[in-house]
Design a protein around this ligand. Structure first.
Ligand code: AMP
Length: 406
């Protein structure tokens, strides 16, 4: 069973072909800088012995259609690619499913037009995602294609968690509410955590921390998201690489008045020039930690702020969940930074959270635990794999349809 996963972004297309019999990656790649002068395709092929042959190809790629055709040349190439004649399905990452999509969904014309209706909610992402869908439908006409939404996992949030305290019409007429993102990642690590804890997913309570360039925390009760830190857009919540996270909503108007910048410019500043970058000049946590360790006051402040905000969310979600079986760290920072993990859990022993500093130094691509023996709450580091989760959900839907004879 082979499943192709496509993540078509605004200036890049990522793809992975999985053999679902053993969940291994057969070929994978990323085409970046579409529409700009220096487009580069990085493509890798599994040699079957655990090693990958890597290919880099640069040429101008003017648009997604040209990019998709270039990718197809590599994907189906007799030596660099794989035989795609027995492809079972294609899974597409779609950023925003609004309230329309709570589950993986087989793509047809109606689904495409509903995703289009979500464009005002995700004006940068959904159009780019849809281009990938339309190109793949053309290419693989007889293969079922499935949409997996970043927002879907959080559709289980109760209204008191997802509503903003704004007049009701803002919700009913303009769809203003908290949607949350990174759902596929939170869902994947929740499943992995349940396995590691030897508990059924529907009994497990978790705080999941996806800490990458974008960052979000999710409170998971009995395997379902009941609250998450990102909101109507990914700007809300934790401090991120370049996003500010939670701020006073009056700030945008104030800054427009005092700086002379436009409303849009201040919006861009919150999105692209804030967070770690805005405080210490780097959005890379490795550099932030290096600055902090060398005594740089901005680096120290950025690290302090980043970890303090996470700690506040841990406290809030502890109160919301009542019982927490495990806190899960994932994403580039969560998986790789003992400093951040340690700081987020510092002095939380009254909540039953105690890190083992020796275990916390471990590195690896397999899940590992970093809690001490006396810690009531397990502390897990679980490398995320959104592409694999998309492939799993795609296959599950296709098999369920086959089983029910559809
Ligand atoms: P992601 O968005 O999940 O790919 O995460 C990317 C971020 O992970 C980078 O911006 C870095 O800040 C962070 N990162 C990657 N490796 C490390 C590391 N060894 N230590 C600390 N942070 C890291």
């Amino acid at each position: 069973m082979k499943i192709l996963v496509i993540n078509s972004g605004s200036s890049s297309i990522k793809y992975q072909l999985f053999d679902m019999n053993n969940q291994s990656v057969l070929v994978a790649g990323i085409l970046e800088e579409i529409g700009r002068t220096g487009s580069t395709l990085k493509h890798r092929k599994n040699n079957g012995n655990g090693e990958f042959a890597e290919f880099t190809h640069s040429q101008p790629v003017h648009d997604h259609a040209a990019g998709f055709h270039l990718i197809m040349e590599f994907l189906a190439h007799p030596t660099k690619g794989w035989d795609l004649s027995d492809l079972s399905g294609v899974g597409h990452r779609i950023v925003h499913g609004g309230e329309a999509f709570r589950l993986p969904t087989l793509i047809d014309k109606e689904v495409i037009s509903t995703i289009k209706a979500m464009i005002p909610l995700a004006p940068l992402h959904n159009p780019a995602n849809l281009i990938g869908v339309e190109l793949a439908l053309e290419q693989f006409q007889s293969v079922p294609q499935v949409a997996i939404f970043d927002t879907a996992f959080h559709q289980s949030m109760p209204s008191y968690a997802f509503r903003y305290a704004l007049p009701n019409e803002m919700y009913t007429d303009y769809r203003v509410r908290r949607y949350g993102f990174h759902g596929t990642s939170h869902q994947y690590v929740a499943k992995q955590a349940a396995k590691r804890l030897h508990l059924p997913l529907d009994s497990v309570n978790l705080i999941s921390l996806h800490l990458g360039n974008g960052a979000s925390a999710t409170a998971i009760r009995q395997g379902r998201s009941i609250d998450t830190s990102m909101g109507m857009t990914p700007l809300e919540g934790l401090i991120m690489g370049t996003r500010c996270g939670d701020i006073d909503p009056a700030l945008q108007g104030y800054l427009v008045r005092v700086t002379g910048k436009t409303y849009e410019e201040i919006g861009t500043l919150f999105e692209k020039a804030s967070g770690l970058q805005g405080i210490c000049g780097s959005n890379d946590m490795r550099e932030v930690v290096r600055l902090a360790e060398s005594g740089d006051s901005f680096g120290t402040l950025a690290l302090d702020m980043f970890c303090y905000r996470i700690k506040k969310y841990i406290g809030a979600y502890f109160a919301v969940l009542g019982r927490v079986d495990a806190i899960v760290f994932t994403g580039g920072i969560g998986e790789n930074s003992p400093t951040v993990r340690g700081r987020c859990c510092e002095s939380l022993d009254s909540l039953g959270i105690v890190v083992d500093e020796g275990l916390n130094q471990h590195r690896g691509r397999e899940p590992f635990s970093i809690n001490s023996d006396e810690s009531r709450v397990k502390l897990l580091v679980i490398p995320t794999n959104e592409e694999l989760e998309i492939a799993i959900q795609t296959l599950e839907l296709i098999q369920a349809r086959q089983d029910s004879g559809i």
